[in-house]
Design a protein. Structure first.
Length: 338
């Protein structure tokens, strides 16, 4: 397996690289990344053959889209695939009036949720303006999940299916975008959207990983049946599958609980037996599923990116996966690399 392997994007006439470049970090999440580092990472990814880039208005209040477009602007547009998202509009505002958390030194826009038809059309156009590119290939409805919207989620989901979805369908029909879908933190929300609408694709953060495979119950089989592609983000479960079960390890953006720490320790023991880095196993496991064409990973430095690319190509014997299943650390029905 190599990061630049091209995979068919579900039923859509697109191919994406198995490794995708996720742009949340270059939106300055938690701490600042300078312009030179942001561009250097994108150019390093490009030189490594990476041709799928995922961004969103939310990332840095527009900063990630601005930086992504700047770094890709003079590439041949037909040589790469780009995804962004709708569900929020950005409104110019004074920096002093904006609560940027968890972003640092982000772009001077206030974020407003907007799931209306007109708001979605405006958000789509605004993204293209920030990117300064003639098109995006894939567009996701962003963050209509319980994780983001809490008790409001059922009504938010309905609004998005009535407003955002109709706008994206129109854009797809016009050929303005090739694939439309939903980008959230919960497979259950994706599953419901797939049951209700003609969805091409999903971006699922953290819910299909070495630690979590509940999405194999219903969601991923239906994706295979319908030809829906699933891009997995957060495949390290926000940290612990990259760092291992060390003190302070993060799981789903919070300190990892004791049961998760214990399971990761057991996986690490199998990794040690086969001389397999834990992050390499985490990266390669995800894209072994036939419905998952790409793992979108974000990094903060060129060195982190280079390390991820190396892990993606690290040799892993088939016996390693068999051992994980035999010891009950991985579901028997989980597809594994061959």
């Amino acid at each position: 397996m190599t990061p630049d392997t091209k995979n068919k994007f579900g039923r859509v006439d697109l191919e994406v690289t198995a490794f995708g470049f996720g742009t949340a970090p270059i939106g300055n999440i938690f701490r600042e990344i300078d312009e030179q580092t942001s561009d250097a990472m994108i150019q390093t990814a490009w030189d490594a053959g990476i041709r799928y880039f995922d961004t969103a208005p939310m990332y840095g209040h527009g900063l990630a889209e601005l930086r992504t477009g700047q770094s890709l602007r003079w590439k041949n547009r037909d040589d790469f695939v780009l995804s962004s998202k709708v569900g929020r509009r950005l409104v110019p505002a004074k920096r002093a009036d904006i609560d940027f958390a968890p972003w640092t030194n982000a772009a001077p826009f206030q974020m407003e949720f907007d799931y209306t038809y007109d708001g979605t059309m405006r958000a789509f156009e605004d993204s293209l303006q920030r990117l300064a590119l003639e098109r995006m290939d894939i567009c996701f409805i962003h963050d209509i999940d319980v994780f983001t919207r809490g008790d409001e989620q059922p009504e938010v989901f309905k609004q998005a299916m009535d407003g955002c979805w109709k706008a994206l369908e129109s854009l797809r029909d016009q050929g303005m975008v090739k694939a439309i879908g939903v980008g959230v933190n919960e497979w259950e929300v994706c599953h419901e959207a797939l049951k209700q609408r003609d969805v091409d694709c999903f971006l699922l953060a953290g819910r299909y990983t070495l630690l979590e495979q509940d999405s194999l119950n219903e969601f991923l089989p239906l994706c295979e049946e319908r030809g829906a592609a699933v891009v997995v983000g957060g495949g390290f479960n926000s940290g612990i599958l990259a760092t291992g079960a060390k003190e302070g390890a993060k799981y789903n953006y919070a300190p990892a609980p004791a049961d998760i720490m214990e399971k990761v320790r057991k996986i690490e023991a199998v990794c040690a037996d086969y001389d397999v880095p834990l992050p390499a196993a985490a990266l390669q496991f995800v894209v072994a599923h036939p419905a998952v064409p790409s793992f979108a990973a974000g990094t903060r430095t060129v060195e982190q990116l280079a390390q991820n690319l190396d892990w993606f190509s690290h040799p892993i014997p088939t016996e390693f996966w068999s051992d994980l299943k035999f010891t009950g650390l991985l579901r028997d029905d989980a597809p594994t690399p061959v």
